[in-house]
Design a protein around this ligand. Structure first.
Ligand code: HEM
Length: 440
């Protein structure tokens, strides 16, 4: 695989004309359930299948449609704060923020997809080992993805498949149960002329499958499972990166809090910050972009195959069939694009004149680019731009061990134990010195 560092080549490799197909790297990432591959929008290398799966639903993921899920995000945020208040806030209890942010990200995606949280926040623990299994999966799969021939002994090993067939995947099970539940309700509603109010992803997916007979039968499963698998730990990683960097850089934290407090004083901030309000917070926007630049959650290179006829990249000719990629972690440290200090946390770099800012934005590969750009980017943005300001207004967050302000991974290979330990105190913000109370 030829690793390319110049962000100026993003349109060549990830653009629409010609399309560079995904490499066998993605074959390794094909999701298996009950011993069989589940075709997903993300991993499929087949362009026709990709088109058939992505096109019917792409409009639901546009920002104007995604904001309609704001009430579901609000309801999970309220529940999240309630749980943090019950267990940690002002109680001198150590909170593993890494876990709780992931629990939030999982539950919110459950709520917008099925109008049902998966249950991590309620339980306060890793249900059915789902988080642990994601950790193990990527720890094992990442090296294999760099040597796809190893896949023959890994994912496609018949003995492994036979063993895993007996072990149902909890996310697939959860999604299948919600789909079945909803279909039963819809049938009942149809016979009694009842109108179902729910406007979550599932209700819209079902409408689409009913309207269009060309849609493959496995699409419903592919869409629902995709939402949960592609949209939970990725969002959690970005949230952790934002909070962690703000905590490591008190000046940035102060600057952001000043921006939030000023907006609140001027009546431009609700207690549960709305998507619209968050768009008027330039320093918040700069911090989120800087975290997405410094620590893009999807860290492996997005590999592509040079199409027939070959291609010229960075002034060199590459033959058809050559595998190329621009790794986000490399592009995001391009000195010409981001300035002389690309390894540093400096949100101010985004508060510059428009041409420069646009150049930096076009070089961001956090959500991929072009033909196969992330479908759920707006869903994540909705969650992140609401949660971060609301949470920082509600809590003072500090490292549980200020002398060791690091996140740690225990038992790297065997089990998932990812610690980012903090303490939470209610932040006193209004004039009568009472903490923000966000739920009844
Ligand atoms: C911070 C959160 C997220 C990050 C960093 C992220 C990152 C990415 C990246 C880098 C890609 C493209 C990879 C490539 O070119 O191979 C991608 C694709 C995709 N993402 Fe996300 N994602 C996030 C959230 C979400 C959410 C919330 C959803 C669903 C609700 C989602 C659904 C998808 C899908 C379906 C694709 C495949 C698109 C295609 O191939 O056409 N993602 N994501």
């Amino acid at each position: 695989m030829v690793s390319i560092s110049d962000p100026a080549e993003i349109p060549t490799i990830y653009g629409f004309n010609p399309i560079f197909q995904k490499s066998d790297f993605y074959h390794v990432l094909l999701f298996y359930a009950k011993g069989k591959p589940v075709p997903t929008i993300f991993a499929t290398q087949n362009d026709n299948l990709h088109h058939a799966l992505r096109k019917p639903i792409s409009t639901i993921y546009g920002m104007s449609k995604v904001v309609s899920f704001e009430p579901q995000v609000n309801s999970t945020m309220e529940y999240f704060f309630k749980r943090l208040d019950d267990v940690f806030a002002d109680k001198d209890q150590v909170c593993n923020f890494a876990f709780w942010l992931q629990a939030f990200a999982f539950d919110v995606i459950g709520e917008v997809t099925f109008s049902k949280r998966i249950g991590f926040l309620k339980k306060g623990e890793d249900i059915d080992g789902i988080m642990g299994s994601i950790w193990k999966y990527f720890t094992a799969t990442s090296p294999v993805s760099q040597m796809p021939w190893l896949d023959l002994v890994w994912t496609k090993n018949p003995i492994k498949q036979r063993l895993s067939r007996a072990k149902p995947n909890p996310i697939v099970n959860f999604a299948a149960a919600r789909v079945e539940e909803r279909q039963t309700r819809m049938k009942k509603a149809l016979s009694s002329n009842e109108v179902l109010e729910k406007r979550d992803f599932l209700s819209q997916f079902l409408e689409i499958t009913q309207r269009d007979e060309q849609i493959p039968p496995f699409a419903l499963a592919a869409w629902t499972v995709s939402n949960v698998t592609a949209g939970s730990d990725t969002t959690a990683i970005l949230l952790r990166s934002i909070f962690y960097n703000l905590m490591r850089h008190p000046k940035s934290m102060r600057c952001l809090l000043d921006e939030l407090d000023a907006a609140a004083r001027n009546g431009r901030l609700s207690q549960l910050v709305t998507w619209k309000e968050s768009r008027g917070l330039p320093y918040l926007d700069a911090c989120i972009k800087e975290a997405a630049r410094l620590h893009p959650p999807f860290a492996l290179p997005f590999e592509r195959v040079v199409p027939s006829g070959g291609a010229t990249i960075c002034g060199r000719r590459f033959q058809a069939g050559t595998v190329v990629a621009i790794p986000a972690w490399v592009a995001h440290r391009d000195v010409d694009t981001f300035g002389k200090d690309p390894d540093e946390w400096r949100p101010e770099r985004w508060l510059c004149e428009e041409t420069r800012r646009r150049r930096m934005e076009n070089a961001l590969l956090t959500f991929g680019a072009g033909h196969r750009v992330c479908l759920g980017k707006n869903v994540s943005y909705l969650e992140i731009y609401k949660l971060v300001p609301t949470m920082l207004r509600k809590y003072e967050i500090s490292f549980a061990e200020p002398a060791r302000p690091e996140w740690t991974v225990k038992n790297r290979w065997l089990a998932h134990q990812f610690n980012f330990n903090v303490k939470l105190r209610q932040r006193v913000v209004d004039q009568d010195q009472t903490p923000l109370d966000l739920y009844d």
